[in-house]
Design a protein around this ligand. Sequence first.
Ligand code: ACO
Length: 714
Amino acid sequence: MSEHSNIQFLFEPRSVAIIGASSSEDKIGYKIQRNIMEGGFRGAIYPINPKGGDILGVPSYPSILDIEGEVDLATIVIPAKFVVRAVEECAQKKVKFLSIITSGFSEVGNWAEERKIVEIAQQNGMRVLGPNIFGIYSAETSLNATFGPSDVKRGGVAIITQSGALGIAMIGKTKIENIGLSAIVSVGNKSDLDEADLLQYLLRDEATKVILMYIEGVKNGERLVEALKQVTKKKPVIAIKSGRSKRGAMAAASHTGSLAGADEIFDAVMKQCGVTRAETLEEALNWCKFLSTSPAPRGENAVIITNGGGIGVLAADACEKYGVNLADDPETMKEIFEEVTPDFGSIKNPVDITGQAMAQDYEICLEAAFKHPAVDSIICLGCETAVLDVERLTESLEKVHREHGASKPAVLSFFGGQDTENSIVHLRGQSVPIFLDVYDAVSCLGAGYRNYRNLKDAQTKVEDVFDPSVVDIERIKGVIAKVRAAGRTFLLAPEAQEVMIAAKMPMPQSKLARNLDEAVQFAEAIGYPVVMKIVSKDIIHKSDAGGVALDLLNKGEVMDAYEAIMHNARAYDPSAVIDGVEVVEMVKSGTETIIGARRDESFGPVVMFGLGGIYVEVMKDIAFRALPLNRAEAMEMIKDIRSYPLLLGVRGEARKDIEGVIECILKVGTILQYCEDITDIEVNPLVAYDQGDGVRAVDVRILLSKSAKGDHHG
Ligand code: ACO
């Protein structure tokens, strides 16, 4: 990266030009300049307007070329038809970053001008944010180059949003929710800069404690995955993606001109990257607020303190749902809570201080939990009762939060009438993480724990990277060249097999017999039982053509089957060119799995895993991951499927050879990653035997792209 295109200048420009600044208060150009000035930006401000004169008391320039000093950021806010010309002038001026507010480009089908803008920028080392955006706010330099609200609350949350209107609304919403922002960036059409570029800055920005991304479509998923994996090792990232439903995806595509990839792939890849996906905006903002203001837990032991059994049970359910582990050592619980709970209460977790509890009881019990090193996090709950003085309770909770809130994470939820609701509003205003609903409270703590585990994994996990040189890519490319020369985009069985052999995939033994004698000779060498299959590029559906014979036990059966297969094939398609009959080792039955690999529009090469038959077809029980993949990620992928226990062995069966499956997933992934011509690989079934007995790739289908691609390495 050159000094010129250092992303820091976008967030921390020393000077900003507004191309389209205006004295008319109703114009966006006016609002942007006003926000920049009212926000307290410390650098130089250059309004650009052909009419000249002062705008908001600042002298304007007829053209950016008239400015003497350097311009780090130019905000363009003039009608679309003038933008390319303005970009050319910015290039001439050697502006570093452009923030193009103007709409009317790829989102309405105007790709030509958008491409032109990016082309000019690339040729001149300029980077482009947008077009079709509301701008950028960056707390570091007090820069509010947006046309959203002028008073942004500072804090630790950075937001990257693809939707402009939603982003502007989020600035307002964060203000009333008392959530502080370190940055908010609108990416719009992502013609050049995208989330991956912005994450590079936010990763290093000390003020940013948590990053929220609102995504409609991913354009360059491979870069995004790389960036996210890096960031989540340091700070939490939360994603909201619209377009989960088919209708939603279509709406998103027309909104920003980008294609939304399959939602399940997005979901899986975010998980792989350590990103937490929120279902709703409210959930996302709750998490952001909590993660940016609460301390991280230091261990897994959470304690619930409640005055009601029912709400305690609800919280225990929520803990299971959101991955919060409850402390369960009775001795420790006794040591902490025996003295501070009423005799008739419970010192098991949930700790029940009973319906008779008063504000004072909460205060004592919470203090004990905060002070004891065996408690890592606290969930404090309550139902409004006749004996509970809500006003007094509010004071107690505020005091405990003020005195101890920075030492360990605690979430609260109280349920009751008007007094309780007023108390919640007041406490939220004081940054106490208190919620009306127990699930909302626990979900925040769950987000804290996901981040805690991500950071812990990053410190302790050794990246067990798969060595791609195990796969003989050159040999596979040789096979592909032959298939191309034959004018096909699919591989015949022996070709697919050669690919598998080049990848050292465990295959059933197989030989291509060109006549009856060879068929017998090969069957004897492989050992009975064997399977025989017709090999012809003209016969794809072999079984339908009567071209497959299973479970052949001896020489006689092989001879009969050979004759029958040849006869059936000729009858099925008299003009078919027949290469011969494949004689294959009959694979013992085992647990059937499927490995797939294909190129996703958003994320590039991805792998898929599932158990065979109904599990994939009916129950859609499959897991995805983006490539490249390490062993730990492949293991996580296998664990993701609901039928995973079948691989661990049920009803006294032995554990299956999961290590063998992982090895095959990594090999199939490597083939797809390094051979650009291949679009699809499906190993179906990959039969897994008991642990130590290995796996067998029984059938493989490989498809090529319509036209040849260039060489690609990694
Ligand atoms: N250089 C400098 N100034 C210029 C130039 C130029 N080449 N050309 C025109 N101007 C001046 C104009 O004279 C005008 O100033 P004036 O008021 O003194 O006359 C000013 O720049 C603005 O130009 P207008 O023609 O008045 O354009 P207007 O402000 O009406 O619209 C805008 C420009 C806002 C960029 C519009 O074209 C547009 O794209 N609007 C949509 C913006 C948007 O929604 N973006 C997505 C945000 S995200 C979301 O969805 C909320």
